[in-house]
Structure formats: structure tokens, C-alpha cells
Design a protein around this ligand. Structure first.
Ligand SMILES: C[S@@+](CC[C@H](N)C(=O)[O-])C[C@H]1O[C@@H](n2cnc3c(N)ncnc32)[C@H](O)[C@@H]1O
Length: 347
């Protein structure tokens, strides 16, 4: 899929006389330039059982249907939208690899450590981790509640649960992984001492439903901790304000609930939680290549080019500028997230 996305990226219109076919199982795309007019391109796309044939002008890109299908192909591993349904991707590894990369970064380790401290874990505590991904937090929290505690990690994605279950560092006895939707937790009322949810609500259409579900599953007096991003604060320090705004907005609007970070406190209060406190947390990335891996900057640019929002030249110049900024130590990509903690009132 990565190859296919690359082939359909910024450069693929550049050689007008070639016929190009990219075939990767379910997805197949062929672009043929009209013999009498190199500016007219026929594009045939096959996605699963569906196929489409459309033409477009190389210059004007008239075929909105074709560009929609290209975006669909490119979106298959797009992190901002893809985490809402990982199993729908033809490359679920892209998502688990992303979680492994993020978990290796110092910023992530630090805020995660802060969430464990706020949960006040000790031997014997029972914890539910909602949207546990590949299980990094579950394994670390298991150490803090052992030997008599209990940790359950749940995730909507079967492939994530499969990877979490296959880890070779799982302590025996106190761990369990289950596949389920955060909006319908398969646990009775008051089943856990603690609930934690980390970068999941941004992918959920009704985050208040998931928060209510966690409060229901929490024992009276128990603690709930959530961490999530406020994508309205996402910023990149390029000199090209117009392209930067387009990239920031495209990426941000691809999340299901992009402003969830700023809503954590009011949603916790609305859910009836007491002692609600929030902690803002700023991440700064100073290398373009890392920001690209974490925030899909190149992929977002290709979407912008495909949507005719910017030209290929503007996109290429934007990347060159950010690569140069990185070399000179001046690249800054920043985001504010929030940790929220609250207590279910005693019965
Ligand atoms: C960005 S990852 C975070 C994973 C993990 N919490 C961590 O910090 O590494 C988001 C996770 O939420 C899961 N997810 C998305 N929507 C969900 C839902 N409705 N219910 C449960 N899990 C969901 C995804 O499958 C993915 O594993």
C-alpha cells in the first residue's frame, strides 16, 4: 500500500506518455495518457469489487471522482482517520508500528508516566485501559499493581488485540485483553478501581458516551484518567503561511473529534465526576522526518495536491523549507494535549 500511495503521489502525472499500473491485490490503479493529447489522462481504478474509469486533464484535474478514489487509496494508512477503524486498513502494521514509534519517544513516556501516577496504582488495584492498542501501558501498569491486581486492556481493533496478546513480555496471571467498542463496554457496573483512556477519544464520534461508559464501569470513589490532543493547537513554523494552514487544517479535520483535548474537563464534570483537574502538556518535535512519521506531513501534502488546494511545486517547496529549517535547528512542530483526572463520587 505504501508503494501504491507513493506511485499515486505528487510525481505520477509528470511523465505524460507512460501507462502506469500499480497492482496490490485488492487495489489496482492504471493511468493511461491519451495518444492524441498528452494532457488527457485516463485513469482506471479497481478497489475490491468496484472499478471505475474516468478521464481528467493533467493540468486542470477535472476528474473529481478519480481524485476521490486516489484519496481513498492514500487514506488507507492515514493515521488521523485510520485509527478510528484500524481493521479496515489493508496495512494494519502501519498503525501498530506507529504506536511502537510513539511509545519510544521521551515525550510519550513522560506523559504516560504522569497518567500512571495520577491513577495512584498499588498492589491489588484493578484497572481498565480503554483503547489499549498494542498494550504498552497495560504491561507497565501491571508491574505497578502486581501481584494481586488486575488489568484489562480493551480495543475496537482485532489486529491490535492480536498484537497485544502475542507480546512476549506479558506477566502471567493478572492481564486480560478483549476486543470491544469504547461506547459499549462489556463489563458490569462498578467493576474497576481505575479507568484510563489514552489518545482514543479523538477517534470516537460521541466521546461523552465512552466517558459515561467508563464512569459506569468504575467503582464509587474510583479514579478515571484521560489523555487527549487538542488539534486546534497544532502548529508548524513554516514561512509559507497559506500552505501551512492548509496542511494543518487537512490533518486536523481528519480526526473524528479533533478538539477533544479542550473538552475533557467539561465532559468529566458533565459525567458527574468530582475533583476534576486538568494538566496541559506540550509536545515539540524539532526534526521534520520525525514530525512526518508522527503527523503524516508528506501524505497530507499529497492530499492537498490531489484536492487542487496547492500545486505540486508549492508542496515540494514547503518540504524543502522544513528540511532546511531542521538542518539549521529551527524546525518546530508543536501540539498541546491535556491529561484529565476525576473521581467517581462515593455511593
Ligand atoms: C492512537 S491509538 C492509542 C493506543 C494506546 N492507548 C496508546 O496510547 O498507545 C488509538 C487506539 O484506539 C483504538 N480505538 C479507536 N476507536 C475505538 C473505539 N471506538 N473503541 C475502542 N478502541 C478504539 C484504536 O484501535 C487504537 O488502538
Amino acid at each position: 500500500m505504501a508503494q501504491l500511495s507513493q506511485d499515486l503521489g505528487a510525481g505520477w502525472f509528470s511523465d505524460p506518455r507512460t501507462t502506469r499500473t500499480v497492482d496490490e491485490g485488492r487495489h489496482k490503479a492504471t493511468a493511461i495518457t491519451a495518444r492524441d493529447d498528452p494532457l488527457i489522462v485516463t485513469l482506471r481504478l479497481v478497489i475490491g469489487q468496484q472499478s471505475a474509469c474516468r478521464w481528467g486533464s493533467r493540468n486542470h484535474r477535472k476528474s473529481s471522482y478519480a481524485s476521490e478514489r486516489i484519496l481513498l487509496l492514500m487514506d488507507d494508512t492515514y493515521l488521523a482517520s485510520g485509527f478510528a477503524d484500524v481493521d479496515a486498513s489493508s496495512n494494519t502494521d502501519a498503525f501498530s508500528d506507529c504506536l511502537v514509534l510513539l511509545d519510544s519517544l521521551p515525550y510519550f513516556r513522560e506523559y504516560k508516566q504522569h497518567t500512571y501516577e495520577l491513577l495512584n496504582l498499588s498492589n491489588g488495584t484493578s484497572v481498565l485501559d480503554v483503547g489499549c492498542g498494542v498494550g504498552d501501558d497495560v504491561v507497565r501498569m501491571a508491574e505497578l499493581v502486581s501481584p494481586n491486581g488486575r488489568i484489562v486492556g480493551v480495543d475496537a481493533s482485532a489486529s491490535m488485540i492480536e498484537r497485544a496478546t502475542a507480546r512476549d513480555d506479558l506477566p502471567s496471571g493478572l492481564l486480560e485483553f478483549r476486543q470491544c467498542d469504547a461506547k459499549a463496554l462489556p463489563f458490569g457496573d462498578s467493576a474497576f478501581d481505575r479507568c484510563r483512556i489514552d489518545r482514543v477519544l479523538q477517534h470516537i464520534s460521541e466521546p461523552t458516551v465512552s466517558i459515561s461508559e467508563m464512569v459506569r464501569a468504575l467503582k464509587p470513589g474510583g479514579l478515571i484518567v484521560a489523555y487527549d490532543n487538542d488539534w486546534g493547537t497544532f502548529s508548524i513554523n513554516s514561512g509559507n503561511v497559506e500552505v501551512t494552514r492548509i496542511v494543518q487544517d487537512l490533518w486536523t479535520s481528519s480526526f473524528t473529534s479533533p478538539w477533544i483535548g479542550r473538552y475533557l474537563r467539561p465532559y468529566f464534570v458533565q459525567a458527574g465526576l468530582a475533583e476534576v483537574v486538568i494538566y496541559p502538556s506540550n509536545s515539540i518535535i524539532c526534526e521534520f522526518d520525525i514530525a512526518d512519521k508522527v503527523y503524516n506531513l508528506r501524505q497530507t501534502l499529497r492530499r492537498a495536491v490531489g484536492n487542487n488546494m496547492i500545486s505540486e511545486e508549492e508542496g515540494a517547496a514547503w518540504i524543502s523549507e522544513l528540511v532546511e529549517l531542521t538542518k539549521g535547528g529551527g524546525f518546530t512542530c508543536a501540539l498541546t494535549a491535556y491529561i484529565a483526572v476525576g473521581r467517581k463520587p462515593p455511593a
